[in-house]
Design a protein. Structure first.
Length: 142
């Protein structure tokens, strides 16, 4: 079995969380129990837990190629064509951008398309567009 990443995220509203992950991103919902539900997040296992006091906590920011990004965020790396499709999907949904769609590290081995948006329930979701073999690229000579 190919490993599947698991992440538990706090949300402040389960219905709004479902709306974002299902209607905006196109994710499927798995098991649901009181106060939580599973999300098939691009083949990975995310569990949204109702924890309003934990959702949206600000852990500071980090600089990244001339932009500022929230330290606390999670996301997925898509191939560049799928990233462009997701960008169009998010623009059509009029998401609240945290980091507008852009290219970071242009011309370098780690060049990537990147964007971040709010999920509306306390979390920042990042989408990178990059060829799989470039995900761990560095600028260091080999």
């Amino acid at each position: 079995m190919e490993p599947v990443f698991h992440l538990s995220i706090p949300v402040d509203d389960l219905d709004r969380a479902k709306a974002f992950y299902v209607e905006t991103l196109g994710c499927a919902i798995g098991r649901e129990t009181r106060g939580r539900f599973d999300i098939n997040f691009f083949g990975h296992h995310i569990v949204a837990h109702l924890a309003a006091d934990q959702a949206g906590q600000n852990a500071g920011t980090i600089p990244s190629d001339g932009a500022i990004s929230p330290l606390r965020h999670f996301g997925v790396v898509l191939d560049p064509a799928a990233w462009e499709e997701m960008k169009s999907q998010l623009e059509a949904a009029k998401v609240d951008w945290v980091l507008t769609p852009r290219i970071s590290f242009a011309g370098k081995p780690a060049e990537q398309r990147i964007m971040q948006c709010q999920d509306g329930v306390g979390n920042i979701v990042e989408f990178k567009g990059q060829a799989r073999e470039r995900v761990f690229a560095t600028d260091k000579p080999v």
